[in-house]
Design a protein around this ligand. Structure first.
Ligand SMILES: CC(C)(COP(=O)(O)OP(=O)(O)OC[C@H]1O[C@@H](n2cnc3c(N)ncnc32)[C@H](O)[C@@H]1OP(=O)(O)O)[C@@H](O)C(=O)NCCC(=O)NCCS
Length: 135
């Protein structure tokens, strides 16, 4: 397996999206989204994209983890952990520059336990109120 940081292949990203049952956005818009990421990690098995995750935000104070996905046939084998550990390494570098750097994410229902493994807690547990969303 190969780990590629800040590598953006819109076709692979879109294909991975479909593999986990999500509806991808148009390629030209996905390209804009990816190129505006703060950090990303892509996992490949040979030429095949098998996992991806990225972080968006203002680089220093507020960060947001999104698009964490592992191709179904590779799930349960530590690929998600590999993605998260790379992202957490980047967060720790940012926190050396700004200790108050704060990272958010919106867990898909049933995936909260995955993120808890890496120290995330719900805003309720954190005593900071509900997260909110606008579609
Ligand atoms: C969520 C997802 C990224 C996890 O990836 P994965 O490669 O299967 O995860 P890993 O095998 O690396 O698991 C890492 C750890 O998290 C745990 N874990 C994985 N999914 C979990 C879940 N839904 N609930 C609780 N724990 C979970 C594993 O048991 C493992 O624990 P361990 O390291 O202590 O043994 C993957 O299931 C996925 O892509 N799902 C579809 C897309 C999705 O829902 N993404 C999340 C969006 S918020």
């Amino acid at each position: 397996m190969t780990v590629k940081e800040n590598y953006y292949n819109v076709e692979d990203y879109t294909e991975l999206y479909k593999s986990v049952g999500w509806e991808p956005i148009a390629l030209e818009n996905a390209k804009i989204a990816l190129l505006n990421s703060v950090y990303s990690v892509s996992i490949y098995d040979g030429d095949k994209a098998i996992g991806f995750g990225r972080m968006i935000g203002d680089q220093i104070r507020f960060l947001y983890i999104c698009d964490i996905m592992v191709r179904p046939e590779y799930q349960g084998q530590g690929v998600g952990r590999m993605i998260m550990e790379n992202i957490l390494n980047r967060i720790n570098e940012i926190k050396k520059l700004e200790p108050r750097a704060t990272t958010y994410l919106g867990a898909v229902s049933g995936k909260e336990g995955f993120y808890e493994k890496f120290g995330f807690k719900t805003r309720k547990e954190d005593g900071t109120g509900e997260g909110m969303v606008l579609h």
